[in-house]
Design a protein around this ligand. Structure first.
Ligand code: BTN
Length: 259
């Protein structure tokens, strides 16, 4: 991994979180889920490339070597089942803060799990939970993929119009520094996830409110206007007939309508 030698955890997490890295795996999230029965504490896994990077709704996540950070955090948060969906927006806030700490780029959040720079997706977040019999989380795996610089040969055709990268050129120190900062920020936010300490920043960074969007659900595509983020990180939308709905993450995809 480029800069692998510099990868470290914030000192306050030592003894509590383990850091692992590998040159290649199918998916850092799948790999951590397979390892979960043997892992005692929280674990962060970073891979230089993924051969089967996964996104929401069964989509793939393009993960070539040398241009991205592919990282998953296995954590055992003290959260009720109802609060588990808050992990993704909390992680989004952590990623945006880390990007802005280390670069001069302004990062926005496209509900619910994408980070945009200049309107292009530079990061996706996928949170998966293993649930116990009472619906409690045995563990959660928060997978974060960040396009740091343009891949050699460009992005594949199907994402060429929508994908972007944090920087226009490769910067060798960015991967370890960004990983460090994301991990630090994520663990700082974690104790206040259920009290929604991150919500004001999630709202202020949200790119959709005020925009016309398409809502894609169960094969149907509906026009709507995004009007806000509610107090549980739901996306509030208004339809052309005046009806109002609050969307929860689950099975909905949202696209900005180009005017
Ligand atoms: C999305 O865009 O829908 C989410 C993408 C999440 C990608 C990251 S990369 C690290 C981790 N491993 C995966 O297979 N997926 C996540």
């Amino acid at each position: 991994m480029s800069g692998n030698g510099l990868l470290t955890l914030p000192p306050e997490l030592s003894g509590r979180v383990e850091l692992m890295s590998m040159p290649e795996c199918d998916s850092t999230s799948s790999c951590l889920k397979r390892l979960a029965p043997e892992l005692r504490g929280d674990t962060v896994l970073i891979a230089s490339r993924q051969t089967g990077g996964r996104g929401r709704m069964g989509r793939s996540f393009y993960s070539p070597e040398g241009s991205g950070l592919y990282m998953s955090i296995l954590t055992r948060p003290d959260l009720s089942p109802a609060d588990l969906p808050l992990l993704t927006p909390a992680a989004a806030v952590a990623v945006c803060g880390a990007i802005e700490e280390l670069t001069d780029r302004r990062a926005e959040i496209k509900w619910v799990n994408d980070i945009l720079i200049g309107g292009k997706k530079v990061c996706g977040i996928l949170t998966e939970s293993a649930l116990g019999p009472g619906g409690e989380a045995l563990y959660c795996v928060v997978g974060i993929g960040v396009n740091l610089s343009p891949p050699r040969g460009g992005f594949p055709e199907d994402i060429a119009d929508t994908a972007g990268s944090v920087l226009t050129e490769y910067r060798p120190d960015l991967l370890p520094k960004l990983a460090f900062s994301i991990i630090k920020r994520f663990y700082e936010l974690l104790p206040d996830v259920s009290s929604l300490g991150f919500l004001p920043e999630y709202r202020s960074r949200s790119a959709l409110p005020g925009r016309d969007i398409w809502i894609i659900r169960d094969g149907s595509v509906l026009p709507a206007r995004a009007v806000g983020i509610d107090d549980r990180c739901g996306l509030q939308v208004r339809y052309p007939d005046g009806a109002f709905e609050t969307l929860r993450s689950g099975e909905v995809t949202v696209r900005v309508r180009q005017s």
